[in-house]
Write a protein that binds this ligand. Structure first.
Ligand code: GAL
Length: 682
């Protein structure tokens, strides 16, 4: 990440003063309130196109110039967005081709946002022009902190331009060889062979490789559009650039986009308070942690939280208020996982239109007297005081593989189980015990270099992209520990099944092959009986959904099924391979299995948690490090006051703006939603 970004832990918000041009008092209040809330940045211009170019070719940057001047004088840095996320009406009317075509091939009406065609040369020209104008005026401004490219790129367009570009992309991918494409698409099936590239103009979900390629292409085309946006800025500005990605969104392969960005940012809208019990908030915290670890791992660098809501959203069926302390807790959780910024959607509630009831730092009431403003201001002061954390890193000895192309392939395949495939839930189930234990985890794409990890957990790795099996095998041979599961190693990157026994090229390292996979109805269960003295693991666990019938070759059996005609057969195995070990979890087991198994494994591997401490359920720790200094956050998500103790020496604790020595072995109290911030120099 560029060093200019490391001055502080940024505290900012999406700021739309152009909605208040006629009320100078609001502009004045905003400046005062930003300082009161310890805001160090503001993100402007995201959906401002018509205010910058009200009619074709007529530009007006005067209000934005004023924003730059006033914020700079007021002490805030600016994150400047390109406005491509919402196209003007005049443009949509004049150039219908810029409007996205939905997959059934209907041209969308001009409405809402996030709906442009990523291929349209007209739209690209318009975007390049407005971006160039913005960069020429503001690209070297001392207040400019970063570029925010568009907003939440997403979606797909099925217009002729996009299909033309898709065919060109396919020609390149398949060396202009249609026979090759036909072979790899297995297209004799149902007589889907193509005799001409132009026949490829509809995404037939039955041709699995075509569906996958379409998604890959949409990532390619969106990335290309993003780079086109960036290219228009670069002649005038070197400021670092990001785009705000989304949690739970798997429509674009973020791992493919990440290398093109200077730093990663994402928008998090966790559902705090959903069930009103601590347990639900622990799950929500786990979901947030998983995404933080995913977005940080995209570049293995600190990331920004570009958006979060200071309170209720307006797009869920039901939106709870953020209870006192929850915002602070969730903000420090972000920092603890490698976040260098906590920013809001939005600074001030709009008076009208779609998001008028979405929470903001400044509500319709308009002053600093609200509860949330008070909490945000307090957090802002704390972030300011702990600026030393900015730029520090996360040490992750564990990789959890969460590969979007694999998710697409599983979603697309029609197999023995076409419901409740639950890929994300499964990933979270394997992630949760590692997170609860306070271990550093990188949530990664399957193509990363595994050599720096001690443990790689790859649940449901159905698709093995080129070299992935080889690299996992090498990782184990060199002493690493691999855990994979049922529904792994079935297909290659073209979604062609491996011949010669699943899990295909992972067969040797796992020391087994899978003959059949039983899938269970919702009312059916099996049980697995575990007995492994090496791991100290025992007992019975419930299995649901997927049960592989495995033939161990060199693998040892650590658990067997208790029921059905395959009772007594292997349900958990380990294979000693080279200097490492590879585990195969053959069935989808209840969460307590993942918890006991992975906890036993990290102990066996002697991995170090963030802090050696007795932490009650729902209290978790995370660590960041830089040059002999470490910071640890102890975060209480369980909804009750808790006490905890550490066995480690030398920590100081941050309290009321100061650092105080922390006694090891002494009990500390953490209120509900409390956060203890510790540091130590080694
Ligand atoms: C985000 C979007 C923002 C705002 C927010 C509301 O997805 O980027 O512009 O709409 O949701 O929660």
């Amino acid at each position: 990440m560029s060093s200019s970004l490391h001055h502080t832990l940024w505290h900012g918000a999406d700021y739309n003063p152009e909605q208040w041009l006629e009320t100078p008092q609001v502009w004045e209040d905003d400046l005062r309130l930003m300082n009161a809330a310890h805001m160090s940045s503001a993100t402007i211009g995201i959906f401002s196109w018509t205010m910058l170019e009200p009619r074709e070719g007529e530009f007006d940057f005067s209000w934005m110039e004023r924003v730059f001047e006033t914020l700079a004088q007021n002490g805030q840095k600016i994150v400047l967005a390109t406005p491509s996320g919402a196209k003007p009406h005049w443009m949509a009317r004049q150039y219908p081709e810029i409007r996205r075509v939905v997959p059934e091939r209907g041209r969308q009406a001009q409405q809402a946002r996030h709906n442009h065609c990523p291929t349209s040369p007209v739209y690209r020209a318009k975007v390049a022009q407005i971006n160039g104008e913005l960069a020429r005026r503001f690209g070297k401004h001392e207040a400019l902190l970063a570029w925010h490219l568009s907003n939440e790129y997403s979606g797909e367009c099925g217009c002729d331009l996009c299909f033309g570009a898709f065919r060109d992309w396919l020609r390149k991918r398949y060396d202009n060889d249609l026979d090759k494409l036909n072979r790899l698409y297995w297209s004799r099936f149902w007589s889907h062979s193509y005799s001409d590239w132009d026949e490829i103009d509809f995404i037939d979900k039955g041709v699995h490789a075509l569906g996958l390629d379409w998604r890959r292409f949409m990532t390619h085309q969106t990335t290309d559009f993003m780079l086109h946006e960036l290219a228009a800025l670069r002649p005038h500005s070197k400021a670092p650039a990001t785009t705000n990605m989304m949690g739970d969104f798997t429509g674009l392969d973020y791992a493919a986009m990440a290398p093109h960005l200077d730093f990663i940012s994402w928008d998090a809208y966790p559902q705090w308070g959903k069930g009103g019990t601590g347990d639900d908030d622990i799950q929500t915290a786990c979901w947030s942690a998983f995404h933080h670890d995913f977005f940080r791992a995209l570049k293995r660098q600190p990331f920004w939280l570009m958006e979060c809501s200071p309170g209720q959203t307006n797009w869920r069926d039901v939106s709870k208020l953020k209870a006192p302390g929850v915002h602070r807790l969730s903000a420090w959780q972000t920092v603890a996982h490698g976040g260098d910024a906590v920013m809001y959607f939005q600074w001030r509630q709009s008076r009208g239109s779609s998001e008028k009831f979405h929470a903001a730092v400044v509500s319709h009431e308009g002053s600093e007297k609200t509860r949330m403003f008070g909490e945000i201001a307090q957090l802002g002061a704390e972030l300011e005081a702990l600026g030393e954390v900015a730029g520090s890193q996360t040490e992750a000895p564990i990789a959890l593989v969460y590969d979007f192309e694999n998710l697409w392939a599983i979603a697309n395949e029609q197999g023995p189980r076409n419901t409740n495939k639950s890929t994300q839930k499964t990933a979270l189930d394997f992630y949760a015990p590692l997170w609860k234990g306070g271990y550093g985890v990188d949530v990664v794409d399957s193509t990363v270099d595994f050599s720096s990890y001690k443990l790689v957990v790859a649940p449901m790795l159905y698709m093995l992209k080129p070299q992935v099996a080889e690299r996992l095998t090498e990782f184990v041979r060199a002493g690493g520990t691999l855990v994979t599961t049922y529904w792994s190693g079935l297909a290659d990157e073209h979604d062609l099944c491996f011949l010669g026994g699943f899990p295909g090229p992972l067969r040797e390292v796992l020391g087994l092959w899978v003959e059949e996979t039983d899938t269970l109805h919702a009312h059916q269960t099996n049980r697995i009986q575990v007995g492994d003295s090496q791991l100290g693991l025992g007992g019975e666990f419930e299995a649901r959904d997927y049960c592989d019938l495995v033939h161990p070759e060199s693998a040892r059996v650590l658990a067997t099924y208790a029921c059905d005609f395959y009772a007594g057969r292997a349900a958990l195995t380990v294979n000693d391979f080279g200097a490492g070990q590879a585990y195969y979890v053959a069935s989808r087991n209840e969460s307590s299995f993942q918890s006991e198994f992975l906890t036993a494994l990290v102990h066996k591997l002697e991995l170090k948690p963030a802090i050696e401490a007795d932490l009650p359920t729902g209290v978790v720790a995370q660590k960041r490090v830089r040059q002999g200094r470490e910071w640890v956050w102890v975060l209480n998500f369980c909804g009750q006051t808790q006490s905890w103790t550490t066995r480690e020496e030398g920590f100081e604790k941050f309290e009321k703006g100061e650092w105080h020595a922390l006694q090891s072995g002494q009990q500390h109290t953490l209120p509900s939603s409390g956060v203890a911030i510790l540091r130590r120099s080694k």
